[in-house]
Ligand binder design. Structure first.
Ligand code: NAD
Length: 417
């Protein structure tokens, strides 16, 4: 697989630096915002089903908490690194600021291969990791959520673990929980719903009609599979989808509800009737109008960027496009809706979940979806307007808005003591 050797934290810092240059913010402010506020590394034992004890390493990084408590998901993956978690934490700070949610940015990760672990091993790992990072997390300090390879059940175990230590239930310590224990209506679909909103807004801007658009989605987990379904429902032709085992392609269009059922039953997409197999790299270069990376970082690289045929890229994943690839794509006239805007629907509804948990007062799904739609539409419009005013691309425009907001809050609060 052709992947630029790109450190996500270097990418995140260079994106910030470019925005800071353009905003002309002071060296002192730049120094404050460039570095994560807190970084915790934990090494902890987990008893495996065969009786052996294995050591695992986990991270929790808080990039910035000036605008509110730290917020960010937890990722389980054999490839998690401290620099990846730092980058994801920094992107969370800008993401919350760009959509105007009063949270700072954080992220967590555990180095493990969840596909090779049993449910009971995963439960013990999740509970022990939650205990290890409990010196940082809390309903007013740092509120985790799901990310790659974590899900509502894992959030439930972590919420229970934290609550057991307190002696009472603390649902607001974590979001993305199941409904029965203080989760929110609409949270499961929220990230994808937000991706759908910004995709439609971008299509309108580019004069593209849904029924004339073909879509390729990389990643068929929470974000990718629901995004594919929502775009299929508005009339787009989804021509290819993929998961870690590879992609499936049909230029005449894929029956997305069938793909969802097939993936649930078989644990993969490969073999979906009526499709041909493609690799994840081939998938990115297929003819399509809209490409939606919804898996992981560094997928659109300087190697494959020249071959990408999409007119519009909507970054449902965090950090899927390397900076070098981006330059190639801009030269080709491709529009990119950046991650910090495109996938902000998840943290937006996480914020709603947290507010509901703190108030013990729950809203209807319709109310949540409406508020989400309003925030995503308004944020897209603000980023678009900024890009016009500043004659720049949507990523830089989103950064200009976000970094200015965090810098203003930092300036107002001052440097303690
Ligand atoms: P997930 O674990 O539910 O799904 C990930 C999908 O990507 C799976 O289908 C997996 O098979 C596939 N995948 C993994 N490695 C791959 C590879 N090398 N090539 C191709 N496909 C691969 O995760 P998710 O929650 O859907 O998150 C996906 C992306 O969206 C991540 O970048 C995450 O940070 C971002 N994101 C998620 C949320 C959320 O609410 N879950 C919110 C904002 C951003």
């Amino acid at each position: 697989m052709a992947i630029d050797i790109v450190n996500p934290y270097d990418v995140a810092v260079s994106q910030f630096d470019q925005a800071a240059d353009r905003l002309g913010i002071s060296q002192a402010m730049r120094a404050i915002l460039r570095k994560p506020k807190r970084e915790l590394i934990v090494n902890f034992p987990v008893r495996m089903d065969n009786g052996d004890v294995e050591m695992f390493t986990g991270y929790r990084v808080q990039h910035n908490i000036t605008r509110g408590p730290a917020k960010g998901g937890i990722r389980y993956s054999p490839y998690v690194s401290l620099d990846e978690v730092r980058a994801l934490a920094m992107w969370m700070t800008w993401k919350c600021a760009v959509v105007g949610i009063p949270f700072g940015g954080a992220k967590g990760g555990v180095l493990c291969d969840p596909h090779k672990m049993s449910r009971t091993e995963l439960e013990r790992l999740s509970r022990r990791y939650a205990t290890e990072i409990s010196i940082l997390i809390g309903p007013t300090s740092d509120i985790p959520a799901p990310d790659m390879n974590t899900n509502p059940q894992i959030m439930a175990w972590m919420m229970d673990t934290y609550s057991m230590h307190q002696g009472y239930s603390v649902p607001a310590v974590i979001t993305g929980k199941p409904l029965a224990i203080g989760g929110s209506e609409g949270r499961l679909e929220a990230t994808a719903r937000g991706v759908r909103v910004v995709t439609q807004e971008a299509m309108r801007e580019l004069g593209l009609q849904p029924e004339r658009c073909s879509v390729v989605v990389q990643g068929f987990g929470n974000v990718g599979s629901i995004t594919a379904r929502l775009l299929y429902e508005i009339g787009c032709k989804v021509v290819a989808v993929s998961d870690i085992s590879g992609g499936v392609y049909n230029p005449r269009g894929i029956d997305v509800p069938l793909a969802l059922r097939y993936s649930r039953e078989h644990g993969k997409l490969l073999g979906l009737p009526g499709t041909e197999a493609v690799t994840n790299q081939e998938l990115l270069e297929l003819p399509c109008t809209i490409l939606i990376p919804a898996a992981l970082e560094n997928q659109v690289t300087r190697e494959n960027a020249p071959h990408i045929q999409a007119r519009l890229i909507v970054e449902a994943a965090n950090g899927p496009t390397t900076p070098e690839a981006e330059l190639v794509l801009y030269d080709k006239g491709v529009t990119i809706v950046p991650d910090i805007l495109a996938n902000a629907g998840g943290v937006t509804v996480s914020y709603f979940e947290w507010v509901q948990d703190l108030q013990h007062f729950f809203w209807s799904e319709q109310e949540i979806n409406q508020r989400l739609e309003t925030i995503m539409t308004r944020s897209f419009a603000a980023v678009l307007q900024k890009s016009r005013e500043q004659n720049t691309n949507l990523r830089m425009a989103a950064y200009l808005l976000a970094v200015a907001r965090v810098a203003e809050a930092t300036e107002l609060r001052g440097v303690y003591p």
